[in-house]
Design a protein around this ligand. Structure first.
Ligand code: NDP
Length: 449
């Protein structure tokens, strides 16, 4: 089936590369989806005729803007802001904002593109978008971060709204940044529009369990994959890369389910704690004190810090990459397989390179791709929007139960699509096809847009 259409897919892909030069991450994300959805186009030839693929690869709108700001010494700086509104077939554009020096259009487009299919998989009414800036919040004072966020929002506010586009956090953007951005949006628009941003603080419209949602959700997804093989987290050694929002709550949930997290990292290196990471220490170090992962060893003397190197060299049963894109290479994947890894859950977006994914699939490792495995964050953001719309605030247990059910449904949808299209156990293809079909059908219903 795939070969029948690969020629036209290749033409479409080459065209995407030509029209979006230099955007390697975006090309990579498009390629993975195009490789996966070919069988769906055989089943639904009307999508080919309506040029759904070509339309889906082109953002509905993308905006680049200047963000000038002043540091504490009065020096002026200029950063670049980006918002890509990729697809609104299923609902308002929805996707986080990333502040990291590596940010450029290609990264925001890959994230926005992935978000379309991920959001579709959640079953909730949200389209796909993403934004960010090459601003580096690391080492900046609170007031510098505030001034940057305010300047960023002066441009962003024209583009967003509770029925239009609803940003949230991502790398470098947490509750503090969302708070500053919300305050500025309210001031600029003279509207307390709670549903315009998600990931808000609990005192002004945030949802309980949103902070935990991506890490918890990814762990629930891996739990489902294991359960289908009569297995569980119980007694498993788990390596979680990163030590940010996603990684912290992956650690918490893995421990709750009986597993042991034995390694965590940041961009400087990784720490190994064979006794199992202590959630309280990590939470305090990272969320309150904003310190580095190596400082964990100050409190747990038996733990060791390895500067640089690859965290994937640490032998484990389950790997949960939760830092950034392309952090797990083909070589890393081979090492993990060699050391007996049985499952991978992608907490970060596109953390495994295409070569790594192939190694896992060939070795029969259970592989939960980001679009499915980390969709719990955006799903809970949609639950936050629901609460805001109804002026309600649900209990933690209620939100968590809904999140858990959403992750079970995503697993079921993904795994059933993989079965239906002849690749049982291939959740990459399953997630891409299931996410794609729903968006494509709605685009057909909406006419030529
Ligand atoms: P945070 O900013 O909270 O944490 C990011 C973590 O990753 C930090 O520990 C950071 O270390 C580390 N990191 C970043 N770049 C690198 C690198 N090049 N090498 C090694 N480590 C690195 O971000 P989040 O936890 O929110 O996001 C992590 C990933 O999860 C991203 O891919 C994001 O898109 C994805 N995601 C997040 C969601 C959310 O709800 N937050 C939802 C869905 C996906 P350092 O401090 O040294 O930079």
């Amino acid at each position: 089936m795939v070969t029948q259409l690969s020629g036209s897919m290749e033409t479409i892909y080459n065209d995407v590369v030509k029209r979006n030069p230099g955007e390697a991450e975006f090309h990579q994300a498009v390629k993975e989806v195009l490789e996966s959805v070919a069988p769906a186009l055989v089943k639904y030839p009307e999508f080919v005729e309506a040029r759904i693929i070509e339309r889906i690869c082109e953002p509905e709108r993308q905006t680049i803007f200047r963000v000038p700001w002043q540091d504490d010494k009065g020096q002026m700086h200029v950063n670049r802001g980006i918002r890509v509104q990729f697809n609104s077939a299923l609902g308002p554009y929805k996707g986080g904002i990333r502040f990291h020096p590596s940010v450029y259009l290609g990264i925001i487009k890959f994230l926005g593109f992935e978000q379309i299919f991920k959001n579709s998989l959640t079953g909730l009414p949200i389209g796909g978008g993403k934004g960010g800036s090459d601003f580096d919040p690391k080492g900046k004072s609170d007031s510098e971060v505030m001034r940057f966020c305010q300047s960023f929002m002066i441009e962003l506010h024209r583009l967003i709204g509770e029925h239009t586009d609803v940003p949230a956090g991502d790398i470098g953007v947490g509750a503090r940044e969302i708070g500053y951005m919300f305050g500025q949006y309210k001031r600029l628009t003279n509207r307390f529009e709670a549903g315009v941003l998600t990931g808000k603080g609990l005192l002004y419209g945030g949802s309980l369990a949103r902070t935990q949602a991506t890490g918890y959700g990814c762990t629930y997804f891996v739990e489902e994959m294991l359960k289908a093989k009569n297995n569980s987290f119980d007694g498993k050694k788990v390596v979680v890369s990163g030590s940010g929002n996603v990684a912290i709550y992956t650690l918490e949930k893995v421990v709750q389910l009986g597993g042991k997290v034995i390694a965590m990292s940041d961009s400087g290196g990784y720490v190994v704690d064979e006794k199992g990471f202590d959630f309280g220490t990590i939470k305090r170090l990272k969320e309150v004190e904003r310190r580095r992962i190596k400082d964990y060893c100050d409190y747990h003397k038996h733990a060791r810090y390895i500067e640089g190197g690859s965290i994937w060299d640490v032998p484990c049963d389950i790997a949960m990459p939760s830092a950034t894109q392309n952090e797990l290479t083909g070589k890393d994947a081979k090492e993990l397989v060699k050391n007996g890894c049985i499952a991978v859950g992608e907490g970060a977006n596109m953390p495994s390179t295409p070569e790594a994914i192939q190694v896992f699939l060939d070795a029969g490792v259970l592989f939960g791709p980001a679009k499915a495995a980390n969709a719990g964050g955006v799903a809970t953001s949609a639950l936050e929007m629901q609460q805001n719309a109804g002026r309600e605030a649900w209990e933690f247990a209620e939100v968590d139960a809904k999140l858990h059910q959403i992750m079970r449904n995503i697993y079921k949808t993904t795994s059933e699509a993989a079965d239906e299209f002849g690749v049982p156990g291939n959740f990459v293809v399953g997630a891409n096809i299931a996410g794609f079909i729903k968006v494509a059908r709605v685009m057909m219903i909406h006419g030529l847009i």
